[in-house]
Write a protein that binds this ligand. Structure first.
Ligand code: PMT
Length: 412
């Protein structure tokens, strides 16, 4: 679980402490320094000993217009405790490239050089742009180190996927300077717009459920999880403590999100009932199977007749049960469902909201280019006395609009 963070703005004048660690991608940090300066940021650069083997301090001095630090043992700077002053100065500590070694040191909390010491001594938001060989990046040790840092509130940007300097191809390239700046801007903007979510507990269900028939077959649906994951990502960026209860889907867990994987409606129900009482906001974006096979065969069902009947039994209604469980509480989360409809969308959604006891329901029309599987969607948020058309957009944009519309209804 990530710690609540209050992101600093990312705007002209922002103070960026740029840590450069050893790797061929260090050359991209030169372009990054230049672009950050053009953007209006103040940039001070710290090089690790290995970074200096790739690019010299003189280059960064020329590009940043500031003295470059390379060692804890700089007598002149350290006469005035320069590393502490630098740690306090920064709004963001951006490490690009972040090598496997630097990531490991940060995860461990070691302080054996200037950059790792600064990472411990600063309150600045830590951002890492990893760069390494794809095999190294995939290694369990690197993944576990990154996961630890994300849990402590770090933002990880990238890496990009593609051809690498070593001749390999895969995930490990450092993002380009323009991509890093755009990601930082997104993080800061989301956080500012949605800052009321900082520290709030948000529980989200997402994706489909699979109801097993036998060891090889199941009943499922076309939900990709993209809508629910987008909401989780945007809420986490804003500093919310996000629990994402995910049905079977292949999506990457967004940074800073605690994910619980489930397979069927009953396991999603159990996780939702356990998480909901601690939530400030509960959003049910999952497409839950209303029915499951009455019998789950332990062996593969054999083809024997030309026709076959499948007996189904009702699954629990997760969000309705959450509403019932919390109805009598003095303080309860804001309860938001989704309605996926193919016809008479608004009428069906309004009725569903009342039937389930929800504060709000987000109605979406499932069809070509929107709703399930698609990158885009169109939502109308329906409450007791209000209906807000959130429009058609990509799911990340809609997630932002949805959360912004819900914020005024959170009990503070
Ligand atoms: O995952 P994507 O591909 O991005 O697609 C997103 C989406 C279309 C799945 C999503 O936007 C959406 O509409 N999710 C709800 C889909 C759905 O199952 O709607 P429903 O009308 O059947 O259910 C209404 C509400 O009750 C939903 O909040 C659902 O999570 C909840 N429910 C339904 C059945 C059940 N047994 N338990 C529930 O909690």
């Amino acid at each position: 679980m990530t710690a609540p963070v209050a992101y600093p703005a990312f705007a002209p004048g922002t103070k960026i402490l740029l840590g450069v660690s050893g790797g061929i991608a260090a050359y991209k940090a030169c372009e990054l320094t230049r672009r950050l300066k053009e953007f209006g940021c103040q940039v001070r650069v710290v090089l690790t000993e290995n970074a200096e083997r790739f690019v010299s301090a003189t280059t960064f001095h020329a590009l940043s217009g500031e003295a470059v630090r390379t060692s804890l043992w700089d007598t002149h700077a350290e006469a005035a405790m320069g590393h502490i002053e630098l740690a306090r100065w920064a709004d963001w500590l951006l490490i690009a490239p972040a090598s496997a070694n630097t990531i490991a040191k940060l995860a461990l909390g070691s302080a054996d050089d200037l950059l790792s010491t600064l990472a411990l001594a600063t309150n600045a938001q830590l951002v890492l742009a990893p760069a390494m060989n794809q095999q190294m990046f995939a290694h369990a040790a690197v993944q576990s180190n990154l996961a630890q840092l994300v849990q402590r509130g770090a933002i990880v940007l990238g890496p990009g996927i593609g051809a690498q300097a070593c001749g390999d191809s895969g995930a490990g390239r450092m993002l380009e300077a323009a991509e890093i700046i755009s990601e930082l801007t997104n993080h800061a903007n989301d956080a500012n717009e949605l800052r009321a979510l900082c520290g709030k507990v948000v529980v989200i269900t997402a994706g489909p459920t699979y109801e097993d028939l036998d060891p090889v077959r199941y009943l499922g649906n076309r939900s990709s999880g993209k809508m629910g994951f987008a909401i989780a990502e945007v809420a986490a960026r804003a500093g919310a403590l996000v629990n994402l209860i995910a049905g079977p889907c292949m999506l990457k867990t967004p940074n800073g999100v605690a994910r619980i994987d489930v397979r069927d409606a009953r396991s999603m129900h159990a996780q939702a009932i356990s998480a909901a009482p601690n939530a400030d906001l509960f959003i049910a974006a999952a497409a839950v199977a209303d029915y499951r096979p009455a019998v789950q065969s332990l062996q593969k069902i054999k083809k024997s007749t030309d026709e076959s009947m499948l007996a189904l039994v009702k699954n629990p209604d997760i969000i309705a049960d959450v509403c019932t469980l919390l109805a009598a509480r003095a303080t309860r989360p804001l309860l938001v469902g989704f309605a996926a409809e193919t016809e008479t969308v608004l009428e069906n959604a309004r009725a569903k909201r009342l039937r389930k006891g929800l504060d709000f329901i987000a109605a979406n029309h499932v069809g070509p280019g929107k709703g399930m599987e698609a990158e885009g969607n169109a939502l109308v948020l329906i409450g007791t006395n209000t209906e807000i058309d959130l429009g058609y957009a990509d799911k990340a944009t809609l997630a932002k609009r949805l959360l912004a519309a819900l914020i005024p209804h959170l009990t503070h």
